[in-house]
Ligand binder design. Structure first.
Ligand code: UTP
Length: 291
């Protein structure tokens, strides 16, 4: 059976980034760098690896820098070419998004992730689409996390989210799923619970900031119902889809870093520094000094 291809990805980037103030007063949180690249570039490259053709940023007027990061700047490339800076050019080229392939829409008020996704409704249309949260960066050995999800989606269709095994004692920090049937690393999802206490958690599988959803999710987001924290929650709309459509999750190969928190951000930078052959030995030496 073939399923409608996933061609579009939505990047919700309209949040205020309050946990990183004052750093994020003038610079979007998604422009903070992990390793050599801003967070937004990590996730755009992840989407590209998954075959995504159209990139949709749900942003706010004060965050134009995010779009500018993906502009093609011929003057800069010409200078680098003239100077023979091949390596720099190779680093720059992944930031180029072809004309017409980056679309933006504004979320005028950060009313929650569900609302941010709803803002992309017209740009997505009636086809399956991906959502990637840029504050979760995922390091993988081969295929990107979204590419693994697209592979799984192409086999089983429906809705697909990324799952991560977390320690049972920490389920109260995450959205946790109630699993049904399992086929290798793909779990049927029977329900979702926001931050359950360990003794009440239906599993230790957490929802990890990557989603492939069917357009019917917009029908539920249309109601503008608020949930936890008075925000319009994506989880609430997804929970309503369960039972009406196939809903699965994949335990992906890779390590995710929660770069929306200061600690996760530091951990990600250490991990990417250690994985960078140009500087890894020196990073290790620096870390040794702090033992
Ligand atoms: P977060 O809640 O982690 O981001 O949302 P935030 O609100 O910017 O950060 P804090 O909590 O104040 O520090 C995850 C992603 O969803 C986007 C954010 O920009 C972030 O990339 N988001 C969140 C929106 O686009 N709109 C919203 O209303 C909420």
């Amino acid at each position: 059976m073939t399923f409608k291809p996933v061609r579009k990805a939505v990047f919700p980037v309209a949040g205020l980034g309050t946990r990183f103030l004052p750093a994020t007063k003038a610079i979007p949180k998604e422009m903070l760098t992990v390793g050599e690249k801003p967070l937004i570039q990590h996730v755009v490259e992840e989407a590209r690896d998954a075959g995504i053709e159209e990139f949709i940023f749900v942003t706010s007027p004060s965050k134009e820098t995010l779009k500018r990061h993906f502009d093609i700047i011929p003057e800069l490339e010409t200078v680098l070419e003239k100077r023979g800076k091949k390596e720099l050019l190779a680093k720059l080229r992944p930031t180029n998004i072809a004309a017409g392939k980056l679309k933006t829409t504004y979320q005028n008020e950060p009313l929650g992730l569900g609302h941010a996704v709803w803002c992309a409704k017209e740009l997505v249309g009636r086809e399956p689409f991906a959502i990637i949260l840029p504050d979760v960066v995922i390091a993988t050995k081969t295929k990107s996390c979204l590419a693994q999800m697209v592979d799984a989606y192409n086999k089983v269709g429906g809705n697909m989210i990324a799952l991560n095994e977390v320690p049972k004692s920490e389920t109260n920090k995450y959205g946790i799923i109630a699993p049904g049937n399992i086929d290798k690393n793909i779990y049927e999802i029977k329900g979702m619970v926001e931050k359950p206490k360990p003794e009440k958690a239906p599993s230790n599988l957490s929802i990890t900031g990557r989603y492939i959803l069917q357009p019917e999710v917009f029908d539920y987001l249309d109601t503008f119902e608020t949930g936890a924290g008075g925000e319009i929650q994506l989880t609430d709309a997804m929970a309503k889809l369960i039972g009406t459509q196939p809903f699965n999750g994949i335990v992906f190969e890779g390590k995710d870093y929660d770069c929306g928190s200061r600690l996760g951000f530091i951990e990600a930078n250490i991990a990417y520094g250690l994985a960078d052959p140009e500087i890894s030995d020196d990073v290790r030496k620096i870390l040794d000094k702090f033992r």
